[in-house]
Write a protein that binds this ligand. Sequence first.
Ligand code: LMR
Length: 400
Amino acid sequence: RFAEVPLAPPDAILNLSTLYKADTSAKKVDLGVGAYRDNDGKPWVLPVVRKAETAIYESQVEHEYLPISGLKSFTDAAATLILGGDSVAIKENRVTSFQSISGTGALCLGANFLKHFLPQGTIVLLSNPTWANHKNIFNTAGLEAHEYVYYNPATLGLNLEGMLASLREAPNGSVVVLHACAHNPTGVDPTQDQWKQIADVMQTKNHFPFFDCAYQGFASGDLDRDAFAIRYFIERGFECSVAQSFAKNLGLYGERVGCYHVVSRTSEITDKVRSQIARVSRAIISNPPLYGARVASQVLNDPQLLAEWKESLRAMSGRIIEMRAQLRQRLVELQTPGNWDHIVNQIGMFSFTGLKLAQVEAIKSKHHIYMTGNGRISMAGLSTRNIDHVAQAIDDVVRN
Ligand code: LMR
């Protein structure tokens, strides 16, 4: 029956973890998947998460089904976190929020909802490049995905003019997936002024912004600053969707904690949107899992834990910023051909090194360093223990 099924390629990101684990070299370094590591290369369970887990355990909770929309204390707090405590949209009941299977589940819920309720033939625009899973998610929901210009390989920065031109050329009313902060994979974000120009064009074209926010607080260390773009678009009167993940910022990777928000023009529309997203979510997951949402809810709703969490966010983003500086410095000292300033100019979990596929292959086979084929490295995989090895390896593959 399935003999004609073509063999799919391995996942561009998650397969790296498998290859890394199978590598027996003592020198191996995992710069593949975007997951935070401490300076010993170990996963870090945030102290607030441990405290929340203890409180949940001690309160002897039940394990009943959640409503389709999820744990209300979590989704309400998640909406406030991303849209802001003073969000007019929240006050006017123009926001509906559904607990999701992390950011991917939120994108998937959104994609399926949009597929049914946007005019037939509406296309989705993804940045070039973007997170390897975006196209897969929207295509699987039956939406056609196209690209908009984003990155300029010559400057290793944003190609704003190209981006604006792509947005102008796209059919009116397209869905535009925007990385709210810490663009994955490039680490290149628009400035606040550039966001305004992007909003201008999108408003003229009646495009629908679909924000993917996987790194709030993780990029700059400041939860509010990292939510700027989303809040700004909503203030300007846009309707929009937001896929929110707590994988990175709370370190709840495997617990799959996220939220899908839709901001509409009126509370009447919001009620209708809510009813339809409930149908989609019921079909896909029935109702969402409790555990991770309980943990996040404890942290988000307790001022003491919230303050402690913010400290941890600053610690994580601070260590990454430090690794950026050290990697750049070593490459400059080694006089590695090229300019390496982009490593410190980029923001968030990743650096888009500029290494080409052949160099990525060489650094893996010769030096046991794992990164995605487009030259993206997860900065959190660097530590004071492996940074010399990584810098020397980059130097070697750039020269040879
Ligand atoms: C990444 O880009 O490495 C992360 O978002 C993990 C993933 O699921 O791909």
